[in-house]
Design a protein around this ligand. Structure first.
Ligand SMILES: C=C(O[C@@H]1C=C(C(=O)O)C=C[C@H]1O)C(=O)O
Ligand SMILES: [Mg+2]
Length: 468
């Protein structure tokens, strides 16, 4: 049973309407309550009826933070390329500046929060594949369920305008009651099947990899990440809940996310953190260099050792470390990273891994660091600008939100962004999945092709396209 006590909502809404009248500007009321624990996926699923197309889901690799949003009480969106991170941050800051917030809990990820992300490259020509996502797109949910270190909270957000009256209180209460009454309902299960799987121009892709390796030998480019797409067709509409359930079960060490927009859903399980901010601490990750998992423990260890000593993969990784260290240096007082490259093992693949921590300087912010980092050479290349231009020119793919920052910022300016890889875009009974790899001088097109094949597996498996 979920019990929701009488709340400050009414008082807040009254106050906000008065303020909205005085300023002629909408005012946000946000209220946080501690509630009994609910499975995060059940909360997401309960929103199917009332909020389909307006939901998001987030889980971090350590299971410290689950955030599920339902409904949209405000959207921040733009297709403007210049200073896009800065503009989103400004709009967020000005929106919460006048908000009325009832929150007794000093925790990241509760209270007003915006969830969303950015496209990989706003200058690249957009195709209809990503028509439902603006280049910058964030949602502030109506209802948000957060589980922070095992403690569960419900945030209710209401935007009041000068034309609203107290009937808004009953509307919101009614919505909340309907939502919670749906929590016990059985989750809708459909057995959908993969009908066809089409890799988009695999041979041309290998040729591009080959052409790029030749170019890298001449300089000044050192690394370019090239991605490709596989389009899947199913016999029925895909149930996002089911895909999420599989991702949560099979990709435990990953960020698991879903972000619905206008009927489509961007979904995935990424092992890669772009950046996390908690108070003055910044945490980021260098992840690049890959090898398969072994079938036995012995083979797996051997593959790991091989990866740790492989010059091509070490260079691929080192470019990322070099750039991230530099970017962190611009916004941090101290930057710390381990001397030795580590391994990060996921279900289908293992990577070279270097975590980087830093202490934030005073006048900095999460989105400022996102701006400095994106795209790191794990998704773009080195040097950054030239690599992105090269990708724009040669890659036959609209990456959209794939490979870009996806995550959240709360009203205290803390938050976290993942690099949205191992992901796909669900569109009814069709799905596009994406995978890329770091091309360096010594890359071999066939090996890179196989690497991307492995990187498709997490999504393909979660969609039921690979038998477990
Ligand atoms: C580009 C992807 O992954 C990135 C590329 C890697 C590589 O080339 O070794 C490894 C991890 C990721 O940073 C992807 O999964 O699509
Ligand atoms: Mg690689």
């Amino acid at each position: 049973m979920v019990t929701i006590q009488e709340t400050e909502l009414k008082e807040g809404i009254l106050d906000a309407i008065q303020r909205a009248k005085a300023s002629s500007k909408p005012v946000l009321v946000s209220e946080v309550q501690e509630i009994n624990h609910i499975e995060p996926l059940s909360f997401f699923a309960a929103g199917h009826e009332l909020f389909l197309g307006e939901r998001f889901f987030w889980k971090d690799p350590s299971d410290e933070t689950f955030i599920v949003g339902l409904g949209i009480c405000k959207q921040i969106q733009s297709d403007q390329a210049a200073d896009r991170f800065f503009h989103v941050e400004e709009e967020w800051n000005s929106f919460i500046q006048d908000a009325i917030i009832y929150n007794r809990f000093q925790l990241n990820g509760v209270g007003p929060l915006m969830f969303g992300g950015f496209s990989f490259d706003p200058i690249k020509e957009k195709t209809k594949l990503w028509a439902k996502y603006s280049d910058s797109l964030f949602h502030i949910p109506r209802f948000m369920y957060s589980v922070i270190n095992g403690q569960a909270f419900l945030t209710t957000n209401v935007v009041c305008t000068q034309n609203d009256d107290l009937s808004l209180v009953e509307i919101v209460r009614g919505e909340r009651e309907s939502l919670f009454s749906l929590l016990t309902a059985d989750r809708y299960q459909e057995n959908y099947e993969l009908v066809s799987e089409k890799e988009i121009k695999p041979n041309e892709w290998k040729e591009t990899v080959s052409a790029i390796t030749n170019e890298l030998k001449k300089g000044p480019l050192k690394k370019v990440v090239l991605a490709r797409e596989t389009r899947l067709l199913f016999n029925k509409f895909i149930q996002t809940e089911q895909v999420l359930e599989n991702l949560l079960k099979l990709q435990r060490e990953s960020f698991v996310f879903a972000f619905e927009s206008n009927g489509d859903c961007f979904i995935g399980a990424s092992p890669e953190r772009l950046v996390k901010k908690s108070g003055t601490s910044f945490l980021t990750t260098c992840l690049a260099g890959s090898i398969a998992r072994g079938k036995t423990e012995e083979e797996d260890q051997l593959l790991g050792k091989t990866l740790l000593a492989d010059p091509k993969n070490l260079i691929e990784h080192q470019y990322v470390v070099q750039m991230i260290k530099e970017a962190m240096g611009t916004v941090c007082e101290e930057v710390t990273l381990p001397k030795k490259t580590q391994l990060l093992k996921m279900r289908d693949i293992q990577h070279l891994y270097t975590p980087v921590i830093g202490k934030a300087k005073k006048d900095t912010s999460l989105l400022l660091l996102v701006d400095r980092l994106h795209p790191t050479p794990a998704l773009g290349g080195l040097p950054k600008e030239q690599a992105v231009e090269k990708i724009r020119e040669v890659e036959d793919l609209d990456r959209g939100f794939y490979g870009a920052p996806l995550g959240w910022v709360d009203y205290q300016r803390n938050g976290e962004f993942a690099v949205s890889i191992r992901s796909g875009l669900i569109q009814g009974d069709e799905v596009s999945i994406f995978a890329g790899c770091g091309v360096v001088e010594d890359s071999n097109p066939d090996s890179e092709y196989i690497e991307t094949k492995i990187k498709f597996r997490p999504m393909l498996t979660a969609l039921g396209g690979v038998k477990q």
